[in-house]
Write a protein that binds this ligand. Structure first.
Ligand code: ADP
Length: 401
């Protein structure tokens, strides 16, 4: 009895502590992590997870859990009909179950994906301003069953979590949209000037050609700004699920080179690939890794000098696979390096030299981090730049010892 009382007191203290933190955290990822950790502590559960609900798409997405490898699960869609979480959203009620496998609402696909077995479960809807924003679940009580006290404590935590999640989401969106609208202004202003000039009778045919050319380029840029922006917004909201597969990274490097070959030939830039013969397989989302490589390669060509070169090198250790994309280009000023991966950032010195959106590197970083990897840069003005990718090797791609 005394032990139970101490445990309850610990839980209350933890609840007070976390409430304070939640109110002041605006970073959605940190916030969600804090919530699941607190939930499993407070309820003395083996694990906890959060699913977020998108009421436009009417879909539930797996978001974070204390017990699983994030990239596998993040963004995984959980059906509203055949799941306990879906039932919680639809009925706006909490659920307490002693044996999940006996419950017909249970969605075992998630279990298969994560290889984790659920016995007991307690789940509550996260509701704020009468809107369901998601579901908070704790699974497998360490001793005994989930109790009424567990449920009421989780409900208190959930009420605060819902408000904090909504705040963080609004903050994230307003930030991104404000930046996007700001970025739209420049191309729109030049389009507006261009059409004004086209309407002037004194323009020569040659000048008109040039203006039409400008309009064409600006529309292409607006188009790529829009698609990059959507890409980034999806990545930042955590709704992208990485589809992992094992593939030859060496082949992918050659493939990326082939795709960019004609672009490189325009300025007579040479691209070379160097990979060891025994380069191991990589387990990752192939399309997304290809997107990163093409982005870096496109930059290495775009910000190169005529007749320059790009070397793509692959290498590996027991821990990770590394890819280096090195160019003989303009280089990046030292004071710009810390800002390189910020949204919409472009080096001022390069602005007139090549068109771009300033979103490419932010997208690369999101994808690489989503794979638990990292991206680094080294550069020297007038000499060149190299971007290094490090992607962890999954145990399944390591040779058996
Ligand atoms: P974009 O190329 O569309 O402007 P990115 O996010 O891909 O956007 O890159 C941000 C900025 O970083 C670029 O505008 C450019 O100034 C600089 N940069 C990126 N890659 C290189 C490179 N290989 N060499 C020199 N500068 C680069």
């Amino acid at each position: 009895m005394a032990e139970i009382k101490t445990q309850a007191l610990d839980s209350y203290l933890r609840l007070i502590e976390i409430s304070r933190d939640l109110a002041s955290t605006l970073d959605l990822d940190t916030l969600l992590d804090d919530i699941v950790r607190a939930a499993s502590d407070i309820n003395n559960a083996e694990a906890a997870s959060i699913l977020l609900y998108d009421d436009m798409a009417r879909q539930l997405y797996f978001q974070v859990a204390t017990n699983i490898d994030e990239p596998t699960m993040r963004g995984l869609v959980v059906p509203l009909e055949k799941s306990i979480a879906g039932w919680i959203v639809t009925n706006r009620q909490s659920v307490r179950i002693d044996d999940a496998h006996k419950d017909t609402r249970f969605f075992s696909d998630v279990e298969q994906t994560i290889g984790y077995s659920t016995r007991s479960l307690l789940g509550i809807p996260l509701i704020t301003k009468n809107k369901v924003v998601g579901v908070l679940e704790v699974v497998n009580k360490k001793k005994g069953k989930f109790t009424d006290t567990d449920e009421s404590m989780l409900t208190v935590l959930g009420a605060q979590a819902a408000v904090a999640i909504e705040n963080a989401r609004l903050f994230q969106q307003s930030d991104l949209i404000a930046e996007f609208v700001h970025e739209l202004r420049t191309p729109l202003a030049s389009l507006s000037t261009a059409t004004y000039l086209l309407l002037r009778p004194e323009m020569s045919l040659e000048q008109r050609d040039q203006i039409v050319n400008n309009i064409h380029n600006e529309t292409i840029r607006l188009n790529s700004l829009a698609s990059s922006f959507l890409d980034l917004a999806r990545l930042e909201s955590g709704r992208v699920q990485f589809r992992k597969a094992r593939f030859s990274i060496a082949d992918l490097l050659y493939e990326a080179r082939d795709v960019m070959m004609s672009k490189a030939q325009e300025t007579n830039v040479q691209i070379r690939v160097e990979v060891p013969n025994d380069m191991p397989l990589l387990e990752a989302d192939r399309d997304k890794i290809k997107q990163v490589l093409l982005n870096l390669l496109s930059n290495a060509i775009k910000y190169n000098r005529p007749n320059g070169s790009v070397i793509i090198t692959g290498d590996y250790t027991d821990a990770d696979i590394s890819i280096n994309i090195q160019d003989t280009g303009l280089g990046i000023p030292e004071d710009s390096i810390p800002h390189l991966f910020e949204k919409f950032f472009r080096v001022r010195e390069h602005e007139g030299k090549a068109a771009g959106t300033g979103l490419g590197l932010s997208i690369c970083k999101q994808i690489v981090q989503g794979h638990n990897g990292r991206i680094e840069v080294k550069s020297k003005m007038g000499v060149g730049t190299s971007f290094m990718l490090y992607l962890p090797r999954s145990p399944r791609t390591l040779p058996r010892s």
